[in-house]
Design a protein around this ligand. Structure first.
Ligand code: SF4
Length: 376
């Protein structure tokens, strides 16, 4: 939680060629509305105007932003620049599916202004890709990474998923070891979460498969962390690793350190001060509200000081950097941490937290149980 709070811009591209059965993100597989969506998105940008900027990050996520044509991607960045001020070395990320990428396209993507690419690899095991319902193959994953490097990307992030039914440690490590052979600047290793409202969630509830128990999950987490740290990556957030802090995701850090962010597009969330709001999770409703001249906001909440403090504590403890106690005092209520002194000291004794040099840090074990630390 540092005092510099430059805002970030997130743009949700709500289209996918097919839905992966585990995914809970909002997207549509019907492409007929792409051009209406882009028109609405540009209107939404105009409507916000200069209320947030300057931004130092732009993140195109989704959905599958790499499904858009180069012209459409260029149009989005042009409209971002027309409506908002970006600082000169802004981090501009494109989330991509390996199946959509080739070297000449990647060269053009770099040329129009993206300087970071985050590729949804998930696994280098064909069977796992099949279980996850991914539309790309292992061969496509490998050639997408190689093409990104050859095209000139110096900031490549790979997403991987572990804890897949039937996957043991050895199988997961085959994927992990293959990933590091490409020396990606950033790795996100997510544990598979089964969302009840997804096709995979329904199969799980029907008892079709089981998932690793808590002990095995902990082992996956710790061994992944130890291996990647040993290989030269910094485990800087529960699921995120960077080959040097300069490669940590500047954009995602905004979510963890309570920086302001503006989210555009269906289902996107925004945060500023103590206000949080989110857009309609339906393309039709998003288009209709924009057409009616309104903001496409579905809901909002004003966080109380206590909610802000709890969130800051919980989010800060998800990061290796932890929480700067002085910053916390300045920004929130000075009494909060001293009010939690007993429980924090107990967690320190038990090896989950460490308090030193004016900061409160999670230990590696603390990172592994970061979700439960939110309950303190
Ligand atoms: S995981 Fe990605 S590609 Fe798959 S449905 Fe979700 S957003 Fe689309």
């Amino acid at each position: 939680m540092d005092s510099v709070k430059t805002p970030g811009l997130y743009i949700h591209i709500p289209f996918c060629l097919s839905k992966c059965p585990y995914c809970d993100f909002y997207s549509s597989t019907s492409f007929s509305a792409i051009s209406d969506f882009l028109d609405a998105l540009f209107k939404e940008m105009e409507r916000y105007g200069h209320r947030f900027d300057p931004f130092d990050t732009v993140y195109l996520g989704g959905g599958t932003p790499s499904l858009l044509s180069l012209e459409q991607l260029e149009d989005i960045l042009m409209n971002v620049r027309k409506n908002f001020h970006l600082i000169s070395n802004a981090e501009i990320t494109l989330e991509a599916n390996p199946a959509d990428l080739n070297q000449s396209l990647l060269e053009s993507i770099l040329e129009i202004g993206f300087n970071r690419i985050n590729i949804g690899i998930q696994s280098f095991d064909e069977k796992v890709l099949d279980f996850l319902g991914r539309r790309h193959s292992v061969r496509q994953a490998i050639s997408a990474i190689e093409a990104s490097r050859k095209a000139g990307f110096h900031n490549i992030g790979l997403d991987l998923i572990y804890g897949i039914p039937g996957q043991d440690m050895a199988l997961w490590f085959e994927t992990l070891k293959q990933a590091v052979t490409f020396s990606p600047e950033h790795l996100s290793c997510y544990q598979l979460t089964i969302e009840s409202n997804t096709p995979l969630g329904r199969r799980y509830q029907a008892g079709e498969f089981s998932i690793p128990g808590e002990e095995l999950q902990y082992e996956f987490f710790m061994k992944t962390s130890q291996f990647l740290e040993h290989t030269g990556y910094i485990h800087y957030e529960v699921s995120n690793f960077a080959r040097g802090m300069e490669y940590s995701s500047r954009h995602n850090q905004k979510y963890w350190n309570h920086s302001p962010y503006l989210g555009l597009g269906p289902s996107a969330h925004s945060f500023q001060g103590n206000q949080r709001w989110w857009n309609h999770r339906s393309l039709d409703q998003y288009l209709a509200t924009i057409k009616a001249g309104d903001f496409p906001i579905q809901g909002k909440e004003a966080l109380t000081m206590e909610q802000l403090q709890l969130e800051a504590l919980y989010l800060g403890l998800r990061t290796k950097n932890g929480i700067c106690l002085q910053d916390f005092k300045n920004r929130y209520d000075s009494d909060f941490l001293s009010g939690k002194k007993k429980i924090l000291e107990k967690l320190e004794e038990e090896g989950f937290l460490s308090i030193r040099n004016g900061r409160l840090y999670p230990t590696p074990t603390g990172l592994a149980i970061a979700d439960s630390l939110s309950l303190i």
